[in-house]
Design a protein around this ligand. Sequence first.
Ligand code: FES
Length: 264
Amino acid sequence: MSLIATDLASASLEAFNEPGEVKRGLPPEAYTGEAFWAEEKARLFPNNWVLVGFAHEMANAGDAMPVNVGDSPVLLVRNRDNQINAFHNVCRHRCLKLVDEPMNVGRMLKCPYHAWAYGLDGELRTTPYFGGDDPKSVPEGFDAKEHGLTPVRCEVWYDWIFVNISGDAQPFEDFIAPVKNRLQGMDFDQAKLVGVIDLGVVDTNWKFLMENFIEPYHVQFVHASTTDQPLVDHYIVDDGHCQGSAVDLDDSDEGAMAAAILWR
Ligand code: FES
């Protein structure tokens, strides 16, 4: 892994990137430094594919879900053809945030400020009284087609929704290939959601959580009462950006399979 913040490089970052068997942890500024966090928001999240939601949470046409990628507000919307699209969550008139919380917007997204309304595919439909007294009038030269919502690159892979703000990330098929390879043989069409463990908002740097799920070292101590999987059964997945830890389960063990599916 090479760090994004080359201009923030310090002696400890260089030590992190040194080849060798024994790796050092990231330097403290990677977890607590405002400048490092600003770099991540400016470059890491916008320039890559980021998992932002789950398709089952917006199952119906008109369901809209606001999310943030770094500092960018993004709006996910399911259209009438059952596709999920993403847009910048910003009205094209005076830049008001369109949707603040998950909701069903019906057939149109209506801005609460001056009531401009957008279709579920982002096209600008109505701009009431924009040109004066007549509700349908528009200023001369104004073309609604040029003022639809700004799309954000979006892909849905089974239940997982990914977006790429910059539009410059690698092709999605390349991005997801290591995950596909890793999960080869899994029939996701048969997968059923049986429950969710929602940790809510955790007040920490995002990397602490990621690292927790990558290392299984803690499992035998912290989860001793909830799993009897010995440490030796756990292994670390390190395949480019596909990072994590895993345990192979016997698919005849329904209880274990259900527990695995519970985690998200
Ligand atoms: S800011 Fe949205 S309609 Fe004016």
